[in-house]
Design a protein around this ligand. Structure first.
Ligand code: ZN
Length: 286
Protein backbone atom coordinates (compact mmCIF):
# COMPACT_ATOMS: atom_id res chain seq x y z
CA UNK A 1 0.00 0.00 0.00
CA UNK A 2 0.96 3.64 -0.40
CA UNK A 3 2.55 5.73 2.28
CA UNK A 4 0.20 7.74 4.47
CA UNK A 5 1.19 11.37 4.09
CA UNK A 6 -1.46 12.98 6.29
CA UNK A 7 -3.35 11.88 9.41
CA UNK A 8 -6.47 13.43 10.91
CA UNK A 9 -7.14 12.94 14.62
CA UNK A 10 -10.78 13.43 15.56
CA UNK A 11 -12.29 14.17 18.97
CA UNK A 12 -15.86 15.03 19.86
CA UNK A 13 -17.51 12.69 17.36
CA UNK A 14 -19.56 12.03 20.48
CA UNK A 15 -19.90 15.35 22.28
CA UNK A 16 -19.86 13.98 25.83
CA UNK A 17 -16.74 11.81 25.49
CA UNK A 18 -14.26 14.16 27.03
CA UNK A 19 -10.90 12.40 26.68
CA UNK A 20 -10.71 12.98 22.91
CA UNK A 21 -12.10 16.48 23.25
CA UNK A 22 -9.43 17.41 25.79
CA UNK A 23 -6.70 15.63 23.88
CA UNK A 24 -7.64 17.81 20.91
CA UNK A 25 -7.17 20.84 23.17
CA UNK A 26 -3.76 19.58 24.32
CA UNK A 27 -2.74 19.08 20.68
CA UNK A 28 -3.80 22.64 19.77
CA UNK A 29 -1.85 24.00 22.75
CA UNK A 30 1.17 21.88 21.83
CA UNK A 31 1.04 19.99 25.11
CA UNK A 32 0.83 16.67 23.27
CA UNK A 33 2.96 15.92 20.24
CA UNK A 34 1.42 14.38 17.10
CA UNK A 35 4.28 15.31 14.74
CA UNK A 36 6.20 12.50 13.10
CA UNK A 37 8.93 12.53 10.45
CA UNK A 38 7.04 10.91 7.58
CA UNK A 39 3.59 12.53 7.67
CA UNK A 40 1.77 15.64 8.79
CA UNK A 41 -1.02 15.42 11.34
CA UNK A 42 -3.82 17.69 12.51
CA UNK A 43 -6.79 17.40 14.83
CA UNK A 44 -10.41 18.51 14.74
CA UNK A 45 -13.61 18.38 16.79
CA UNK A 46 -16.25 16.59 14.71
CA UNK A 47 -19.49 17.70 16.40
CA UNK A 48 -18.89 21.06 18.15
CA UNK A 49 -22.59 21.65 18.93
CA UNK A 50 -22.83 18.30 20.72
CA UNK A 51 -19.64 19.15 22.63
CA UNK A 52 -21.13 22.48 23.67
CA UNK A 53 -24.28 20.74 24.87
CA UNK A 54 -22.23 17.97 26.54
CA UNK A 55 -24.33 15.36 24.81
CA UNK A 56 -23.57 12.38 22.55
CA UNK A 57 -25.30 14.01 19.56
CA UNK A 58 -27.89 16.67 18.78
CA UNK A 59 -30.29 14.79 16.48
CA UNK A 60 -28.65 11.53 15.42
CA UNK A 61 -25.48 9.62 16.24
CA UNK A 62 -22.76 11.13 14.01
CA UNK A 63 -20.77 7.91 14.29
CA UNK A 64 -23.52 6.01 12.44
CA UNK A 65 -23.81 8.37 9.44
CA UNK A 66 -21.01 7.16 7.21
CA UNK A 67 -22.22 4.04 5.42
CA UNK A 68 -22.63 4.72 1.71
CA UNK A 69 -26.30 3.82 1.32
CA UNK A 70 -27.49 5.99 4.21
CA UNK A 71 -29.99 8.73 3.33
CA UNK A 72 -30.82 10.63 6.48
CA UNK A 73 -31.51 14.34 6.78
CA UNK A 74 -30.56 15.17 10.32
CA UNK A 75 -28.11 17.73 11.60
CA UNK A 76 -25.53 14.96 12.00
CA UNK A 77 -26.19 13.57 8.50
CA UNK A 78 -25.39 17.01 7.09
CA UNK A 79 -22.36 17.22 9.36
CA UNK A 80 -21.17 13.87 7.97
CA UNK A 81 -21.39 15.20 4.40
CA UNK A 82 -19.47 18.34 5.38
CA UNK A 83 -16.86 16.25 7.16
CA UNK A 84 -16.31 14.12 4.07
CA UNK A 85 -16.02 17.18 1.84
CA UNK A 86 -13.66 19.05 4.14
CA UNK A 87 -11.27 16.38 5.33
CA UNK A 88 -11.34 13.10 3.48
CA UNK A 89 -9.54 13.94 0.23
CA UNK A 90 -6.47 15.18 2.11
CA UNK A 91 -6.38 12.77 5.03
CA UNK A 92 -6.07 9.13 4.00
CA UNK A 93 -6.05 8.03 7.66
CA UNK A 94 -8.53 9.06 10.37
CA UNK A 95 -7.98 8.23 14.04
CA UNK A 96 -11.24 8.76 15.93
CA UNK A 97 -11.10 9.09 19.73
CA UNK A 98 -13.87 7.71 21.95
CA UNK A 99 -14.75 6.91 25.55
CA UNK A 100 -16.89 4.11 26.88
CA UNK A 101 -18.58 3.68 30.25
CA UNK A 102 -17.57 0.01 30.01
CA UNK A 103 -14.40 -1.23 31.67
CA UNK A 104 -12.58 -1.83 28.37
CA UNK A 105 -9.28 -0.14 29.24
CA UNK A 106 -7.58 1.10 26.09
CA UNK A 107 -9.08 -0.70 23.10
CA UNK A 108 -7.98 -0.27 19.50
CA UNK A 109 -10.94 -0.95 17.21
CA UNK A 110 -9.93 -2.12 13.74
CA UNK A 111 -12.60 -2.41 11.05
CA UNK A 112 -10.61 -4.46 8.56
CA UNK A 113 -8.44 -7.52 8.86
CA UNK A 114 -5.93 -6.45 6.18
CA UNK A 115 -2.16 -6.70 6.87
CA UNK A 116 -1.86 -2.95 7.59
CA UNK A 117 -4.30 -3.25 10.52
CA UNK A 118 -3.10 -6.65 11.73
CA UNK A 119 0.40 -5.23 11.97
CA UNK A 120 -0.88 -2.08 13.67
CA UNK A 121 -2.51 -4.30 16.31
CA UNK A 122 0.75 -6.21 16.76
CA UNK A 123 2.76 -3.01 17.13
CA UNK A 124 0.38 -1.56 19.72
CA UNK A 125 -0.20 -4.79 21.68
CA UNK A 126 3.54 -5.48 21.96
CA UNK A 127 4.23 -2.07 23.47
CA UNK A 128 1.02 -1.79 25.51
CA UNK A 129 0.33 -5.34 26.71
CA UNK A 130 -2.67 -4.32 28.80
CA UNK A 131 -4.48 -2.92 25.78
CA UNK A 132 -7.13 -4.77 23.77
CA UNK A 133 -7.19 -5.15 20.00
CA UNK A 134 -10.76 -5.56 18.73
CA UNK A 135 -11.57 -6.37 15.11
CA UNK A 136 -15.03 -5.38 13.90
CA UNK A 137 -14.45 -6.55 10.37
CA UNK A 138 -17.77 -8.18 9.49
CA UNK A 139 -18.88 -5.41 7.12
CA UNK A 140 -17.28 -4.09 3.97
CA UNK A 141 -15.50 -0.76 4.41
CA UNK A 142 -18.19 1.16 2.51
CA UNK A 143 -20.94 -0.36 4.62
CA UNK A 144 -19.32 0.61 7.92
CA UNK A 145 -21.27 3.47 9.52
CA UNK A 146 -18.36 4.90 11.49
CA UNK A 147 -16.76 8.30 10.95
CA UNK A 148 -13.26 6.83 10.74
CA UNK A 149 -14.30 4.90 7.61
CA UNK A 150 -15.00 8.13 5.69
CA UNK A 151 -11.43 8.04 4.36
CA UNK A 152 -9.37 5.26 2.88
CA UNK A 153 -8.04 4.15 6.26
CA UNK A 154 -9.36 4.65 9.78
CA UNK A 155 -9.31 3.32 13.33
CA UNK A 156 -11.03 4.07 16.62
CA UNK A 157 -9.40 4.37 20.01
CA UNK A 158 -11.94 3.53 22.71
CA UNK A 159 -10.98 4.15 26.34
CA UNK A 160 -12.88 3.42 29.54
CA UNK A 161 -14.40 3.05 31.99
CA UNK A 162 -15.31 6.73 32.11
CA UNK A 163 -18.76 8.19 32.63
CA UNK A 164 -19.83 10.27 29.64
CA UNK A 165 -19.53 13.97 30.40
CA UNK A 166 -16.73 13.38 32.90
CA UNK A 167 -12.95 13.41 32.56
CA UNK A 168 -10.46 11.19 34.35
CA UNK A 169 -6.73 11.80 34.28
CA UNK A 170 -5.82 8.13 33.89
CA UNK A 171 -8.21 7.57 31.01
CA UNK A 172 -6.69 10.50 29.18
CA UNK A 173 -3.21 9.07 29.80
CA UNK A 174 -4.28 5.72 28.33
CA UNK A 175 -5.66 7.46 25.25
CA UNK A 176 -2.43 9.45 24.81
CA UNK A 177 -0.35 6.30 25.10
CA UNK A 178 -2.36 4.38 22.52
CA UNK A 179 -2.58 7.32 20.09
CA UNK A 180 1.20 7.82 20.29
CA UNK A 181 1.74 4.16 19.43
CA UNK A 182 -0.64 4.31 16.44
CA UNK A 183 1.18 7.43 15.16
CA UNK A 184 4.56 5.73 15.69
CA UNK A 185 3.31 2.70 13.81
CA UNK A 186 2.18 4.76 10.81
CA UNK A 187 5.54 6.53 10.80
CA UNK A 188 7.45 3.25 10.84
CA UNK A 189 5.14 1.81 8.18
CA UNK A 190 5.95 4.78 5.93
CA UNK A 191 9.68 4.47 6.56
CA UNK A 192 9.76 0.67 6.08
CA UNK A 193 11.06 0.32 9.62
CA UNK A 194 8.58 -2.24 10.94
CA UNK A 195 10.36 -5.30 12.22
CA UNK A 196 10.05 -7.98 14.89
CA UNK A 197 6.26 -7.90 15.03
CA UNK A 198 4.96 -10.78 17.11
CA UNK A 199 1.76 -12.79 16.73
CA UNK A 200 -0.82 -11.79 19.33
CA UNK A 201 -4.28 -12.53 20.66
CA UNK A 202 -7.08 -10.22 19.52
CA UNK A 203 -10.85 -10.09 19.85
CA UNK A 204 -13.22 -10.47 16.92
CA UNK A 205 -16.70 -9.02 17.35
CA UNK A 206 -19.49 -11.52 16.76
CA UNK A 207 -22.83 -10.18 18.02
CA UNK A 208 -24.73 -8.02 20.49
CA UNK A 209 -26.82 -9.31 23.38
CA UNK A 210 -30.23 -7.70 23.85
CA UNK A 211 -31.71 -7.31 27.31
CA UNK A 212 -34.95 -9.36 27.48
CA UNK A 213 -38.09 -7.22 27.82
CA UNK A 214 -41.67 -7.68 28.95
CA UNK A 215 -44.78 -6.63 27.03
CA UNK A 216 -44.63 -3.10 28.50
CA UNK A 217 -41.15 -2.53 27.16
CA UNK A 218 -39.55 -2.85 30.59
CA UNK A 219 -36.49 -4.98 31.25
CA UNK A 220 -36.88 -8.34 32.94
CA UNK A 221 -33.17 -8.92 33.48
CA UNK A 222 -29.82 -7.19 33.93
CA UNK A 223 -26.26 -8.09 33.09
CA UNK A 224 -25.21 -10.84 35.48
CA UNK A 225 -23.26 -9.47 38.44
CA UNK A 226 -20.43 -11.97 37.87
CA UNK A 227 -19.51 -10.33 34.56
CA UNK A 228 -20.22 -6.65 35.33
CA UNK A 229 -17.03 -4.66 34.92
CA UNK A 230 -15.19 -7.67 33.48
CA UNK A 231 -14.96 -6.68 29.84
CA UNK A 232 -12.85 -8.99 27.66
CA UNK A 233 -12.81 -11.74 30.30
CA UNK A 234 -13.85 -15.18 29.12
CA UNK A 235 -17.35 -16.61 29.53
CA UNK A 236 -17.60 -20.34 28.92
CA UNK A 237 -20.52 -22.58 28.00
CA UNK A 238 -22.96 -22.84 30.90
CA UNK A 239 -21.81 -19.69 32.66
CA UNK A 240 -24.35 -16.95 33.39
CA UNK A 241 -24.54 -13.75 31.34
CA UNK A 242 -27.85 -12.24 32.52
CA UNK A 243 -29.74 -12.35 35.83
CA UNK A 244 -33.53 -12.15 35.55
CA UNK A 245 -35.72 -10.48 38.15
CA UNK A 246 -37.59 -13.79 38.61
CA UNK A 247 -34.66 -15.43 40.34
CA UNK A 248 -33.13 -17.47 37.53
CA UNK A 249 -30.11 -16.76 35.35
CA UNK A 250 -29.66 -16.82 31.59
CA UNK A 251 -26.61 -18.84 30.56
CA UNK A 252 -24.27 -18.77 27.60
CA UNK A 253 -25.31 -21.93 25.77
CA UNK A 254 -23.17 -22.06 22.65
CA UNK A 255 -20.01 -24.13 22.67
CA UNK A 256 -17.45 -21.43 21.90
CA UNK A 257 -15.87 -19.26 24.58
CA UNK A 258 -16.97 -15.65 24.35
CA UNK A 259 -15.57 -12.37 25.57
CA UNK A 260 -18.18 -9.75 26.52
CA UNK A 261 -17.30 -6.09 26.03
CA UNK A 262 -19.19 -2.80 25.97
CA UNK A 263 -20.83 -4.35 29.05
CA UNK A 264 -23.60 -2.01 30.25
CA UNK A 265 -22.35 0.80 27.97
CA UNK A 266 -24.67 3.66 28.86
CA UNK A 267 -24.88 4.97 25.28
CA UNK A 268 -26.38 1.62 24.20
CA UNK A 269 -28.88 1.56 27.05
CA UNK A 270 -31.67 3.23 25.06
CA UNK A 271 -31.40 0.37 22.54
CA UNK A 272 -31.50 -2.15 25.44
CA UNK A 273 -28.16 -3.64 24.45
CA UNK A 274 -26.59 -5.48 27.38
CA UNK A 275 -23.17 -6.08 25.84
CA UNK A 276 -21.30 -7.04 22.70
CA UNK A 277 -19.57 -10.39 22.31
CA UNK A 278 -16.29 -11.35 20.71
CA UNK A 279 -14.21 -14.42 20.05
CA UNK A 280 -10.53 -14.51 20.84
CA UNK A 281 -8.14 -15.54 18.07
CA UNK A 282 -4.43 -15.42 17.48
CA UNK A 283 -3.42 -12.92 14.80
CA UNK A 284 -0.50 -14.04 12.66
CA UNK A 285 1.62 -11.23 11.30
CA UNK A 286 4.69 -12.99 9.95
ZN1 ZN B 1 -18.03 7.36 21.22
Amino acid sequence: MDNINQVLIVGGTHGNELSGIYLNKLIKERLYNIDRASFSASSVIANPDAVKANTRFVEQDLNRQFSLELEANSKEARLATEFKNNYCANNPLIIDLHNTTSNMGATLILLSNSPFYKKMGAYVKQRMPGSNILFEDRKEWNEQPYLCTASQYGVMIEVGAQAHGSLQFETLELMKEMLSLVLDYVDKHNLYQLSNLANYDAFYYTEEVQIPMDHDGMRIAAVHPTICGRDFEVVKTGEPIMATFFGFDIYWEKENDIYPHFINESAYSSANIAMALAEKKTVFVD
